[in-house]
Design a binder for this molecule. Structure first.
Ligand SMILES: CC(C)(COP(=O)(O)OP(=O)(O)OC[C@H]1O[C@@H](n2cnc3c(N)ncnc32)[C@H](O)[C@@H]1OP(=O)(O)O)[C@@H](O)C(=O)NCCC(=O)NCCS
Length: 146
């Protein structure tokens, strides 16, 4: 893998982001929602760029005074397990810190063991279970201080 740069999202990244979303999630976010997130959270919507190709993205929001919410993260299948998710998340923490965020929370499907292992490796801890968060499926809520 060549050098990967983490940077803020740009308008012309969106088609690559839709593709990653469709490649990685069985129930992917609709395009309009990704567009909305990129506009609303432009400072905390980051992409991993390898040779000017987007290979991953992560987006977070800020809730209240000091809580960040990791809304979504995905790395292109062909580029997974190479540390890209890790650096994207660490850069998201840095971006959130600029807004005074000291805690990050996220939800993950009960069935998504890979993501749970990923978050645990990053030091997130299980805080609670959100019943029916994904309709027919519960979510684990993980939190971490930054
Ligand atoms: C979760 C995801 C973003 C991780 O991205 P990634 O770039 O593959 O992760 P990294 O290579 O940075 O992995 C960091 C650590 O997470 C854990 N991890 C990552 N993938 C794993 C897997 N398939 N199985 C077990 N542990 C895994 C490991 O501890 C890994 O550290 P190690 O390589 O030293 O063992 C990626 O698997 C993905 O896009 N999944 C589909 C979308 C998704 O489920 N997003 C989360 C929704 S809540």
């Amino acid at each position: 893998m060549s050098k990967v740069v983490i940077r803020k999202v740009k308008q012309n990244d969106m088609s690559a982001i839709y593709e990653i979303e469709e490649d990685t999630f069985s129930e992917d976010y609709p395009r309009f929602l990704l567009d909305f997130l990129a506009r609303k959270y432009s400072k905390t919507f980051l992409v991993a760029d390898e040779n000017e190709k987007v290979i991953g993205y992560a987006v977070a929001s800020i809730e209240g005074n000091n809580t960040g919410h990791l809304i979504s993260i995905a790395v292109k299948k062909s580029h997974q397990k190479k540390g890209v998710g890790l650096i994207l998340t660490l850069e998201i923490f840095k971006a959130l810190e600029k807004f005074g965020v000291s805690h990050v929370k996220l939800e993950v499907r009960k069935s998504n063991r890979v993501a749970q292992d990923f978050y645990k490796k990053l030091g997130f801890q299980l805080k609670s279970i959100s019943k029916g968060y994904y309709g027919s499926e519960d979510a684990y809520v993980f939190t971490r201080s930054i």
